[in-house]
Design a protein around this ligand. Structure first.
Ligand SMILES: [Zn+2]
Length: 333
């Protein structure tokens, strides 16, 4: 097996030399074709004017950073009608003009940024051998093209917070692509209706049970079917169920204690826990919240004792909380 098998793919290039420094693996490469097209007149030229070297960062190899030494030829344009006299050859599939990283390295950093964000992405990229700042990771994420929304058939709509509690806009999701396709400036019926009018292919609108998006959908796409999305239905059901159970907290506790009286291992004297006065609904809700906070407090201390980091504990508690709410069971389908 050739050593080149273990090196990053370099489309349109041949590897001339591979060497190592303390910092990186260095690959010297050049184009495989003898000529190039003028970017203005598309005339093919093989008359070399000069050469220079670019040194973009490439995908790492075995965790070690890889730097290219790319030999770039500058050609004379032989078309007498063309204004351009010389041009540098392009490596369209390998690296964009003036870019400091190859296309594949930028794409990997973009995927990392989308998955875990800028700061965590920067730390991970350093461990992977492709050191990058958080700002650069986020720049690659922002430069990614949004999916086309011109032929969307099913759209999910909900509020999206620029800053929670202060400024809200509207996020629109293609239900077939399962991906966001647009963000509106605000969360009003007017802007949603205007968006729908510019997308007449919409057939299904999945929304919350509020009136704002229902109004916008009726005005902007009267032909579309409106459905309440699964997340909001289950979220509303959970809230209603919690209120009902809190209202019957005393009955449930009495039923539990009566059941436990028949168990031989039941501790003697627990009957004294039955409150002399039944708590009000507000007290019941307060007690339920207190019990949830105590459970989270206990879980945090247990994870910390097991050696978990603060960030990992935060993620775990958040995930458990979302799972308890049924958040991750909801999909747009
Ligand atoms: Zn030309």
């Amino acid at each position: 097996m050739s050593l080149i098998t273990f090196l990053p793919d370099l489309p349109g290039c041949s590897v001339e030399q591979v060497s190592q420094t303390e910092e990186a693996i260095v690959i010297t490469a050049c184009a495989t074709v003898p000529d190039a097209c003028c970017p203005d007149c598309q005339h093919v030229s093989s008359q070399i004017h000069s050469t220079s070297t670019r040194s973009p960062k490439a995908l790492p190899s075995s965790g070690r950073p890889v730097r290219l030494l790319l030999q770039v030829r500058r050609f004379r344009c032989s078309n007498s009608l063309c204004q351009r006299q010389t041009f540098a050859e392009a490596f369209a599939q390998l690296v964009a003009p003036r870019a400091q990283r190859t296309c594949s390295a930028r794409e990997l950093l973009r995927v990392i940024g989308e998955a875990i964000g800028g700061e965590a992405g920067a730390r991970l990229s350093q461990r992977l051998g492709m050191k990058c700042s958080a700002a650069t990771v986020l720049r690659f994420v922002r430069q990614a093209a949004l999916p086309s929304s011109s032929t969307v058939r099913g759209v999910g709509v909900d509020e999206w917070a620029w800053r929670k509690g202060q400024r809200y806009s509207t996020i629109l999701v293609d239900l077939e692509l399962q991906a966001p396709i647009d963000l509106l400036e605000d969360a009003t019926a007017e802007s949603f209706a205007a968006w729908l009018e510019s997308h007449p292919t919409v057939e299904i609108i999945s929304r919350d049970r509020g009136t704002t998006f229902a109004d916008g959908a009726s005005r902007g796409a009267p032909q579309a079917i409106q459905i309440a999305d699964r997340w909001h239905l289950i979220h509303n059901l959970g809230e209603a169920l919690e209120k009902v159970l809190a209202r019957h907290h005393a009955d449930l506790k009495r039923a539990f204690l009566r059941e436990e009286e028949h168990q031989p291992s039941y501790p003697v004297g627990l009957e004294a826990l039955i409150p002399a006065r039944l708590p009000s609904q507000a007290e019941q809700a307060r007690i339920a919240r207190q019990e949830r906070r105590l459970a989270i407090f206990t879980q945090v201390h247990e994870l910390y004792a097991q050696g978990w980091s603060c960030a990992s504990i935060g993620c775990e508690v958040l995930i458990q909380s979302k799972l308890a709410q049924g958040f991750f069971t909801i999909t747009f389908a």
